[in-house]
Every structure is written in structure tokens, then in C-alpha cells.
Design a protein around this ligand. Structure first.
Ligand code: 3PG
Length: 539
């Protein structure tokens, strides 16, 4: 009996270029995968009727609704042929066991090039001059422009697109500044010709042009507001080729009102200005494009081919590359939590590892790749002090050039149900954190050179490392009880050479008068024996 042929629906309102479609067809034919293209305006509506037949789905910015996921009874994998799959409810897809992936970076050059052409054209007044000539005018004196060479250009975020843009702009002699709270290693900026700055204000204050590249996240909603726009010069240019949510449009309107030379360009929003009469009065200073960033033959070919390759690999080899919602088997979910906690424990040694190795013992080894995103989630959440999704964590690692790999376990070492993470820092030092689940209890079993069982409980967990000295555990613990904390759990132990020791204390506030971080700063760090003290938030 022959196996049923897998079928893929490519449902895109915006058509792929012909060459891109041909490239996809080649991949599908070679992989013995059936396909059907549904393009143009009707695509989204028709999708609901068509979808139950298909095992794979390729979309662009098209909204994959919950209703659609509900009726997608045979669907196994969706590929967003593009970057952020924000148009797909990935949680809902995961619930239904549908994998979702994307094709990160494949559109980046298209968007970076578009950004540079739009910046240059506005700086030189080319769009306005063109309009004027269409009206039969010849007014060169009205359109004296600026060159980009020597100008300060600010990039908000420093992922795939702004990195490429920065390289191109610095080739033109522009001075590029970038701000990205997740890319802090100045060397990464230098590699692409940008100076990374530490706060968002610097991007606006110092730049003739600001180009927005932030993803659509709760934190980036209306991030570009009056306070920032007021820092730009009267003839500043704001460009958005990312997502529409990042701009506070009332504040933008106010800025256009107050600064008579200010210009705004957007490649992301088809309705807001066209329908808004008040914005209409700035028509000669607002430049809109119908989401053309990725609309090049080259980007289309890269993205479409990559999407087809993803589905071919998935249907023929069982691996979905760039998967953003790895549905772990039920029994592995607790291990995902364990790896997240081990990611947080990196803080006990270094803040920014450049390489991370994961070693999984026993049956866990089958899932080692699935754990990568959870290690990174724990690590970045702890460093940034806020919640992020596993796929964002993977993206931050890529943006920061952090190499995360898996390694086969040493067969002579038997650590049942254990996962080990080795963090490498730029100074060539490395630190090992190991954990396991024992009788249903998650615990850390090794922190660097210290072998110690630390239960993973939802409390502040204070880790203090010091040169060995009797009485330190009590001295450290007393600082917390003194300020109104209950010690819930704690322990201490030396390293193998017995010249250093580590204490951990899990505390709970009880009429608290001082924050844990402040106690560490004011009471623990000044102890002359202490060389590293941190609080890990396990809540
Ligand atoms: C992307 O996310 O890659 C870009 O926004 C391109 O979107 P598009 O596929 O709708 O052109």
C-alpha cells in the first residue's frame, strides 16, 4: 500500500514572483509533495473552505485565524514565508499539534535595501521633485537635499535587517548608531559598522534619520512616542519598514504639526493615513509604500524556496527547521521547565555567554535540540528581567551571535534524567550547570565547581560564592532575616579543593523593608570573602 501523498497549500494574498513559485514547485516535485497555489484577494476567505485537505500550509503576512486552525483537521505544519510569524496563533497551533516555522533572515536584504533607497530618496527630495515635475514644474531650487555621507542615522533594534542596513549605510559614509536592549556586545555593532548605544533616547537625539526595526511585541507597542520624536531635528526623517504597532500615531501627528520639515515614511500601513483626513494635510511629508520590503524577485526566491525546503524536510525527514513552537511530548514538559531554570543559573557565573552546550543524559538525549529555546528563555528572562517567548529567545541568541549547540553525553557518566549546560564566556572560561528531576522534584545538582542539590522552588534564590570560611552560611542568612525575610530553604558546601564554598538561600518576604538586590549590594557584596553574589528569580 502506498503512503498518502502529502499536500501543501500556498495561500498568499500577495503573490510570489513567478521564479519563486517555480523554485517551490521544483522542491515539492522532487519531494513527491502535492501543492496548490491560492493567491490574491480571495485567498484568506477561500482558505477556510480549502484547508481540511492539506497537510502543509505556506503563508506570508496572511492572517491564520483560530477559526482556520479549528477546521484544519489534517494540517501538520505551517510555514510563515517571512520573518516574525505574528500572523499565526502559534499557541493555538501548538495545542492542535501543528508545527509553525518561519524563514528568518531570507527577506532581510530586500528590506535593508528598500530602507536605504527610501532614506536617500527622501533626503534628496526625489519623491516630491518627481510629483512637481508631473505637474509640469521645473523647480530645482525647491528641492535642495542632503547627502547621507557623514549623517547620523539611528537604527531602533539590531536584528538581521538593521545589521545589513548598517553595513550598507556605513559603506556610504553615514555614522550609524543602533539601540537594541538585546544586543549589548559593542563588538557586534562594530562588526556591522554601527555604534551600539545604551539608551533609546540617543538614537533619536543624535540622528538625522531614525529607522525602526522592532518586532511586534507588547513592549514595542507605541514605543516611538512624542518624548522620543521631540528629540529629532526639525528636518528629521522617521522610517518604519517593520511593523505598524511601534508608532504612537497621535504623537507623530503632533510632531509633524510642530516640525514643519519633519518627514515620515512607512512601508507597513495601508489604512491609517489614507483614511485620516487630519494626516492628509501632511501628504507632502508622508511617504507610504504597500509593504514592498520583501517584494523583490530575490527575496521572493530565497523565502519561497526556504519555505518549500522546510516542508520537504518535514514531510520526508521529520524535521521542521526554524520551528517556533516545538510541541514537546507531554512527559518532556517538566524537563523544559528544568532547562529554563538551568538557563537562569548561568547568572551565578557570567552574564553574557558566547557559546552554550547542552548535554542530555539517557532518554532525554532524543529531545536535546528541543531544549535549546528553553535554556535561552531562562537565560534571557533572568538577564532582562521580563518574560519572553522561546522563539524570541532563539532570535536574541542569533542577534547576539550566541552559538548554542548540543553534545553527545559521555557514555561513562551516568546521570539519570539529567541535563547539563556548559556556558562559555568570552574570556575562555566555562561553567557547568546540571539538573535533574528526581521523584517529580526539579533540582539543580551542580553549579560550576560546587556539587549541591538546590530544589527549584518558586522563590528568590540567592547564590553566594566565597573563599571558604566557617560561619558564612549563617552570616549570609542573617542579613535576610534581619530585613524581614523568611528563609524557606538553604544549604552550603565547598568545592573539591575546599578553598571556596557556595551558599544558597531561598527567601520569602515577611514584612519586608529592603529589596533582595539591595541586601546583596549593601550587605553581602561588601563581605571580603564574597566574590560573586546574585539573586535568581525562580518565581
Ligand atoms: C517579513 O515578515 O518577512 C516581512 O514583513 C515580509 O512580509 P510579506 O511576506 O507580507 O511581504
Amino acid at each position: 500500500m502506498t503512503e498518502e501523498q502529502k499536500k501543501v497549500l500556498i495561500a498568499t494574498q500577495k503573490r510570489f514572483a513567478l521564479d519563486a513559485k517555480e523554485s517551490m514547485i521544483k522542491v515539492f516535485n522532487n519531494g513527491n509533495i502535492g501543492y496548490h497555489f491560492l493567491e490574491g484577494d480571495g485567498a484568506l476567505i477561500d482558505l477556510v473552505k480549502e484547508i481540511p485537505e492539506y497537510h502543509g500550509l505556506v503563508v506570508r503576512s496572511d492572517l491564520v485565524t483560530d477559526e482556520l486552525l479549528e477546521v484544519a483537521s489534517n494540517l501538520e505544519a505551517i510555514v510563515r514565508a517571512g520573518s516574525d510569524p505574528e500572523n499565526i496563533n502559534i499557541t493555538k497551533a501548538r495545542e492542535k499539534g501543528i508545527y509553525v516555522s518561519n524563514t528568518p533572515g531570507r527577506n532581510a536584504n530586500g528590506v535593508a535595501e528598500e530602507s536605504i533607497w527610501v532614506m536617500g530618496a527622501i533626503a534628496r527630495n526625489l519623491f516630491s521633485a518627481y510629483e512637481s515635475m508631473k505637474n509640469g514644474e521645473f523647480l530645482p531650487d525647491d528641492f535642495i537635499g542632503h547627502e547621507l555621507e557623514g549623517k547620523r542615522i539611528g537604527l531602533l533594534a539590531f536584528g538581521h535587517i538593521p545589521k545589513l542596513l548598517s553595513k550598507k549605510l556605513s559603506g556610504l559614509g553615514a555614522k550609524v548608531f543602533a539601540y537594541d536592549p538585546f544586543v549589548t556586545d559593542k563588538k557586534v555593532g562594530e562588526e556591522y559598522g554601527a555604534t551600539l548605544v545604551d539608551n533609546i533616547q540617543d538614537i533619536f537625539e543624535k540622528s538625522f534619520i531614525v529607522s525602526i526595526h522592532v518586532p511586534n511585541l507588547p513592549d514595542t507597542n507605541k514605543i516611538v512616542n512624542y518624548e522620543l520624536l521631540s528629540l529629532m531635528s526639525n528636518n528629521g526623517i522617521l522610517l518604519n519598514t517593520a511593523r505598524p504597532n511601534s508608532i504612537n500615531y497621535d504623537d507623530l501627528k503632533q510632531t509633524l504639526l510642530e516640525k514643519d520639515g519633519f518627514r515620515y515614511a512607512s512601508d507597513v500601513n495601508k489604512v491609517i493615513f489614507i483614511k485620516d483626513n487630519e494626516m492628509g494635510k501632511f501628504h507632502d511629508r508622508i511617504f507610504l509604500f504597500p509593504k514592498l520590503g520583501a517584494q523583490t524577485f530575490e527575496s521572493n526566491i530565497r523565502t519561497a524556496t526556504s519555505a518549500a525546503d522546510h516542508l520537504d524536510d518535514y514531510f520526508n525527514k521529520g524535521i521542521l527547521n526554524d520551528c517556533v513552537n516545538v510541541p514537546l511530548p507531554e512527559e518532556m514538559k517538566e524537563y523544559a521547565l528544568l532547562t529554563m531554570s538551568l538557563g537562569k543559573f548561568n547568572k551565578a557565573f557570567i552574564d553574557n555567554p558566547i557559546k552554550i552546550e547542552i548535554v542530555c543524559y539517557g532518554d532525554l538525549n532524543t529531545h536535546k535540540d528541543d531544549f535549546k529555546q528553553y535554556v535561552l528563555k531562562g537565560l534571557y528572562e533572568e538577564n532582562l528581567g521580563k518574560k519572553i517567548t522561546p522563539s524570541q529567545a532563539l532570535e536574541f541568541a542569533t542577534d547576539n551571535n550566541v552559538n548554542i549547540i548540543t553534545r553527545e553525553p559521555d557514555p561513562t557518566k551516568i546521570y539519570p534524567h539529567s541535563i547539563e549546560i556548559i556556558y562559555h564566556s568570552s574570556d575562555s572560561s566555562s561553567h557547568k550547570i546540571r539538573g535533574r528531576i528526581d521523584e517529580g522534584e526539579l533540582q539543580v545538582t551542580r553549579v560550576g565547581e560546587f556539587k549541591q542539590n538546590i530544589p527549584i522552588f518558586p522563590y528568590d534564590t540567592i547564590i553566594v560564592q566565597y573563599t571558604e570560611k566557617a560561619g558564612m552560611f549563617d552570616r549570609i542568612g542573617n542579613q535576610f532575616t534581619k530585613y524581614g525575610y523568611n528563609k524557606v530553604y538553604g544549604g552550603f558546601g565547598p568545592n573539591e579543593d575546599r578553598d571556596k564554598a557556595m551558599t544558597f538561600i531561598q527567601v520569602e518576604p515577611n514584612g519586608r523593608v529592603k529589596g533582595v538586590e539591595d541586601i546583596i549590594k549593601d550587605e553581602i557584596n561588601p563581605m571580603k570573602e564574597v566574590y560573586r553574589a546574585v539573586n535568581i528569580n525562580m518565581k
